[in-house]
Write a protein that binds this ligand. Sequence first.
Ligand code: HXC
Length: 289
Amino acid sequence: MFQPDLYAGQRILITGGGTGLGLAMARKLASLGAEIHLCGRRLDVVEAAAAQLKADFGAAAFAHALDIRSPEAVQQTIEDLWQNHGPLTALVNNAAGNFVSRTEDLSVNGFHAISDIVFRGTFYVTQAVGRQWIAQRLPGAVLSIVVTWVDTGAPFVVPSAMSKAGLDAMTKSLAVEWGPKGIRCNAIAPGVIPTQGASSRLRPGIQGNEDSAARRQADNPMRRLGTGEDIGNLAAFILAPGNGWLNGQTITLDGGDALANGAYFTEYQRWGDEDWARAKQQAISANQP
Ligand code: HXC
């Protein structure tokens, strides 16, 4: 689909890039010649992912331990990256956190656990990178990963739905504000692309839910779920040098699922107290190292 050296000379930071969708996008961009910087909370995970990118693609790949919930840590990491490696050419806002819960059961900390990562943390990184680009009069490109819920809302993941809608608004707002400075901002709204991180927290195997993946596949107009290759290809298209007029867009990548089936998780309306207790337990055990 792409010229093999399309990304030569590009330096891209991917937040939460050690696993899941972030790593899938990293693999595609590395395979096309980009220098990749991965950041995540667990240094061992991002280091292993960077080593894999080197081994598989001969890519220049670097790992940074970073919790994007800390604005000070974000600022320091961006400054260090600029100083030690040079200016970024693109940023992929991929880091996220989520779990399913009845909204009335959420604690304040539970709400913050999601919104501090997705809503606030993504802003801190975007602002820190944007400031560098603006101060040095450099062009740049931001790609944020949202979800089709920005259009439909989503029951049982309200902190995520609110936060991702905020990122969609950030994308559109900054496209206009920073466009004249040569900084493009776009987003991908993926449908179901199974990853271990998301499945363990959003689709725990509970009564009535065992066939959830199979059903979503059958209901999808393309009769399949998404893959890392799908999102890698779209990310590579959106960020491609030469794609300079694509700005302020949130592109849905779901095989037409949202058009056909609308909001996710409506089946959880049927869950009782026991199902919710088990879902929480399974999600929390997914957090154990
Ligand atoms: C209810 C929960 C909970 C759960 C945590 N909490 N998990 N409440 N149900 N399943 C509550 C805790 O009880 C606590 O509140 C508060 O949240 C903070 O919990 P911590 O474990 O201390 O949080 P933390 O270590 O910061 O972990 C953040 C996390 C975790 C978001 C909870 O899941 C995580 O690190 N996730 C990162 C990876 C991830 O989520 N990937 C999936 C992304 S999918 P109290 O009151 O008890 O102190 C996605 C959208 C995909 O983003 C869309 C696909 C269609």
